[in-house]
Design a protein around this ligand. Structure first.
Ligand code: PGA
Length: 252
């Protein structure tokens, strides 16, 4: 059975006080209301990780980071390594979010190195892929996603890729209020799983959780999550509101 996962990517949001309030609300609601066994991950900006870690203690809620550097340590001012994240008890790291690809020039080759760093520190990468609107309109979405996945992940052996999570996030659906239809999302998720199966075999492909991201809300989560190859969500805007986020977790 694949893990069902709901991850809240808080992006560059949350003062210390806002983070404390949001985290406490989610932890309490999660404890009182959620019984479906889904893995819940809170992904704050780096500096808030330690506080979130402290506040989720004793609950089943996990923490993640939004990025990391590809090297272990060294003279890279302003950067954070996977080794540092691991030392804080972080469990997951988002790799290759489209905002990192778009605004920070992250390439598939660099993301392959970051994925290696995350795995070498026994953390789980949430490797993101997704096409722009232009690419979809040009009917290039399958090709774009195949390249992102193969260049970023297919250097891994079967036992190692089995420890990863993949997120499909169409760029045109992120923060826009436009969601991919459940059929559009399922199509891509099935395509990714088939690609994994072709490369690593069906058993490995069937074990990897593939999350959908892009304007997931309480009112569309259930339909998305009911698709056979959608194993949960990477949530942006709605993850900043405790009620909405917990309602999304309950949508399985
Ligand atoms: P959104 O963001 O839910 O605000 O569309 C998703 C993401 O970027 O992970």
């Amino acid at each position: 059975m694949r893990k069902k996962i709901v991850a809240g990517n808080w992006k560059m949001n949350g003062t210390l006080a806002e983070t404390q309030k949001l985290t406490s609300e989610i932890v309490h609601m999660h404890k009182d209301e959620v019984r479906n066994g889904a893995e819940v991950i809170l992904i704050p900006p780096f500096i808030n990780i330690s506080e979130v870690k402290h506040l989720v203690k004793g609950s089943a809620v996990k923490t993640g980071a939004q990025n990391c550097h590809q090297l272990e340590s060294g003279a890279y001012t302003g950067e954070i390594s996977a080794a540092i994240l691991a030392s804080f008890g972080v469990e997951y790291v988002i790799i290759g979010h489209s905002e990192r690809r778009q605004y920070f020039g992250e390439t598939n080759a660099l993301l392959a190195e970051k994925t290696n760093a995350v795995l070498a520190n026994s953390l789980v990468p949430i490797y993101c892929c997704g096409e722009t609107l232009e690419e979809r309109n040009a009917n290039r979405h399958f090709e774009v996603i195949a390249t992102q996945i193969s260049e970023g992940l297919y250097h891994l052996d079967a036992a190692t890729i089995a420890r990863t999570v993949i997120a499909y996030e169409p760029v045109w659906a992120i923060g826009t209020g436009v969601t991919a239809s459940s059929a559009q999302a399922q199509d891509i998720h099935a395509f990714i799983r088939k690609s994994l199966a072709d490369k690593y075999g069906k058993e490995v492909a069937d074990g990897i959780s593939i999350l959908y991201g892009g304007s997931v809300k309480p009112n569309n989560a259930a339909e998305l999550f009911s698709q056979p190859d959608i194993d949960g969500g990477l949530i942006g805007g709605a993850a900043l509101k405790s009620r909405e986020f917990v309602d999304i977790i309950k949508a399985f």
